[in-house]
Ligand binder design. Sequence first.
Ligand code: NAP
Length: 282
Amino acid sequence: MKITAHTRMVGIIGYPVRHSLSPVMHNAEFARLGLDYVYVAWEVHPGEIPEAVKGLRVLGAVGFNVTVPHKQAVVAELDELSEEAKAIGAVNTVRFENGRAVGYNTDASGWREDIERTISLAGEKICIIGAGGAARAVAVGACQAGAAALVICNRRFETAETLGELLRHYFPSVEVTWSGLCGDHCRELVRSCHIIVNATPVGMTGKGGCPIPSDWLLPGQFVYDTIYTPAETQFLAEAKARGCRVQNGLGMLVRQGAKAFELWTGVKPDPDAMEREVRAFL
Ligand code: NAP
């Protein structure tokens, strides 16, 4: 890949951001497809999001990804939001369109495409652990895929309630309930679902732990962890030992990235090629 005065620029803002795998998969795919783009990582302090968005616009970036902790805060700096980003209340992809910053959220479709490689979501009852940005995207993806019912379990009850009410508003045909993250009531709710999704950071590299006690799980349940480092979280290992089917979040990362790639370049990338690059890097 040769960078010239014509090379177009995309990237990611986050804080911290040096752990991001997005530059690896995007740059490899630009090179494979012969596209004159470069993807870099910008560490942006939470107090400097307005300056970052303004700067990227002025410098002529095509767009950028947004990661933790900026996905909600960046919304205030944008001119327009896609319907999906509005429903989720968070943006992970921005594209400059005739000077206007337009926010999208590709996490919902990225998750849905990934999990549906293994299991169909239509008619399912799905438990989502967490109620932050990832949980909101998973919830919207599940509703769009025709899930029959959702259960939101979150450490802070009020946040679960806020998400639950939002989902009832946008998707009135889906049965939505919510709970705090402990106690018999939560355990029985988890046991009533066929698919369980961890959308909290509990289990990330260096942290360990499970978002719920694994003895709540039943054999035959499908457990998806949005975390991808480590490839097998403690939660997935314990779920597997209890007879559950399991899947990690690497495919979600790749597929949300593939959607962003297409938004910026107008070219459909190959998510399998992107996934191979990330796996090789890891
Ligand atoms: P976020 O908006 O900060 O939300 C974090 C959620 O996790 C909140 O619901 C929070 O509960 C809960 N939580 C945090 N620490 C907890 C703990 N110790 N015990 C129980 N619950 C806890 O973060 P996010 O953007 O949703 O990201 C969450 C995780 O999703 C990330 O760590 C990442 O691994 C994963 N993710 C993966 C992808 C992918 O492409 N695979 C994409 C996005 C995110 P409270 O409300 O009670 O604080």
